[in-house]
Design a protein around this ligand. Sequence first.
Ligand code: NAD
Length: 477
Amino acid sequence: MIPNLIGSRWQEPDSGVSTLPVFNPATGEVIDQVPLSGSTEVGAAVTAAAEAFTRWSRTSVMERVRLMFAYKAILEQHVEDLAAIITRHHGKTLDEARGEVRRGIEVVDFACGAPTLLQGRTLRDVSAGVDQDLYRYPVGVCAGIPPFNFPVMIPLWMFPLAVVAGNTYVLKPSERTPLGAVRLAELFLQAGFPEGVLNVVHGAHDAVDALLVHPEVRAISFVGSEPVARHVYTTAAAHGKRVQALGGAKNHMVVMPDADPEIAVPAILNSAFGNAGERCLSGSVAVVVGRAAGSLIDPLKLGAQSLKVGPGDEQGVQVGPLIRAEHRDRVAGYVDKGVAEGARLLVDGRAEMSRPGFFLGPTVLDHVTGDMSVGREEIFGPVLSVSRAATLDEAIEQANSMALGNMATIFTQSGRAAREFRERVDAGMTGINVPVAQPFAFFPFSGWKRSFYGDLHVHGTDGIEFFTRKKVVVTRW
Ligand code: NAD
């Protein structure tokens, strides 16, 4: 059984706690068991974090940063190790896993800038003989609840910034991909962070609900599906906590008639089928404007058919398995629904379902509209919908009619069309001629609409604001 980390001790929960299997999605084999911890284990982890907070919050910024630099160096030495763990229990290709680790380490790089990032501000002589100074303080015990699809990167969006700001942490990894967080925590201890600064409790909704109502937890970072993001936001806020809750996505990729197909086609394939479509920044709907359809549909079809499907650790594989058989079946169910609702099936990846493991090949549906379930709902798998629009206005309207607003991207050679799109599309992460508009660690991960509940996004200076509270001191001598 995978142990929890409470204080500096790895310990299995009591025998009464049930477990779930962890799979290798490329083979369907069970590789471990994850405990479904409850309020007892969560309580122990929060107590360990609360005890550590007293000392850690008063440890100097330079000492916290020294440890963060040590962690960064250790992570750099373990990129291959972490990538192999990701591929083994998530399924994505090794190249995708390496990319994930790199993007995660970038947040640690950003956290190493704490001596600048944590500065306050000051105004002398605000009135005669009176000065005002703003200081930043940590908020206390913070907790993070990541999804399954980035087992290393998303935990790294959360705890490094929190702890460098002087907070202590309880991480509740995804029960479907818990092993990345375990390795991150081992390396964290190896870097020399004191006992209790980072704790790891495995589990599912019971562990989450225990964190949301625990009086000692001051801040919750969540990333996952929209309904759970809403639940986490409303429950944790009702219990007086600050919350950043990132939800699902239904991202549109607009292709203008002047777009260069040599750029747009590979970008759309990468966006839709990278990570087997299990990304909150995956392009889900390609909106082809006017005559763009003529130069796009056939190459998209050929491109999707030629992607190599297989185990993520096999040379040359471009599309790995989905996370679980049930999820694969749910995604395949969308293909049936799309066809029943009137979409045209251009590429059918369902033949790959006969392999061992949880595979579904790249699938393309054409003539999708916003009133079809495939045009409206998050699918989270390798299914690309293609819709048609007569004008840019119509394409923007299609994107903006979605309840979710995570990412949108446009392919065009027209600065005017690109600017119009940037100004009017309701998506917090907007791309121009890029497949995946992922902000670097020093910008916020900025979902809009129901893709985000809260005020301050993860990482960037929003992250620093989220993990600190401000004190203003007014002084007269
Ligand atoms: P999920 O919502 O099922 O699970 C996320 C976390 O919530 C897990 O740790 C899980 O244990 C917990 N959880 C699940 N159900 C719960 C419940 N009823 N009550 C309390 N906690 C619960 O999400 P997932 O399937 O792991 O991840 C995929 C989803 O995450 C997709 O919708 C995707 O778009 C989204 N996502 C969003 C972003 C973003 O930045 N907006 C990034 C990655 C993934």
